[in-house]
Design a binder for this molecule. Sequence first.
Ligand code: PXL
Length: 280
Amino acid sequence: MPTPRVAAIHDLSGFGRCSLTVAIPVLSAMGVQCCPLPTAVLSTHTGGFEGYTFRDLTEEMAAAAAHWKALDLRFDAVYSGFLGSERQIGLVRQFLRDFRRPGTLAVVDPVMGDFGRVYATYTPAMCRRMADLTAEADVITPNLTEAALLLGVPYESLPRDEAGLKALTEQLGCPGRRSVTLTGVSLSEGKTGAMCYDARKNTCLPVQTERVDREFLGTGDVFASVLTGALVRGDGLLDAAAQAIDFIRLCAVRTAAEGIPLREGVDFEPLLGHLVPRTE
Ligand code: PXL
């Protein structure tokens, strides 16, 4: 199989394990070439650190995208995540239009919040633009907080039962339009995982695993990165989601056992070997 190539449009946060510091190693371990288009450079992510630096790279993004276009680069997937400004969301939309060819997968992780709260740098206008961006994607990977923001409903009003979560996931996929993996879905005590609406098959099925009883940061980025890697390697949505959930479970167990502080993300590096494709 030729090495699949992914354009990864996320921030580079130096400390805290999220976005590009997750996407690059995860995709590389999976045998996928990751081409980063950084949206911003931060000293740390914004969840749990004070005084972080934030250098917006909107101008640089436009210039880099123009260079890639001049080089006629082709991508098997465009994968976006945390975005730093309203204009950047528009740039990602343009990037999708410029680089999309038959077979190019557009994965939009509508990173906006977690635990019922919106991240510090996201304005209501940015959240609306993010919803517009998801309309152009083939696959979106919201958590429950982001699902509420995309639909414009209060987080507290979201259903928690299986039938309600299925209906919510299908609604986010505008049946037939795009696939959806809704993360942070717990269908029974002690379990967690995702609800997966596959737009190609028109099926909506859960993937569940044993829950590690602690909160974690950055698991959404690990999920979307493994999912994207598996999809460009040709796996189906449910199989890709199961790979992501299984890997996160390993990361969660290790992170809890090592007592890694919440804000440092999940301790995934020693586990990357689990993602390496077996060679014949
Ligand atoms: O994990 C999502 C994420 C990505 N990038 C930055 C963040 C966060 C979450 O807080 O702050 C900069």
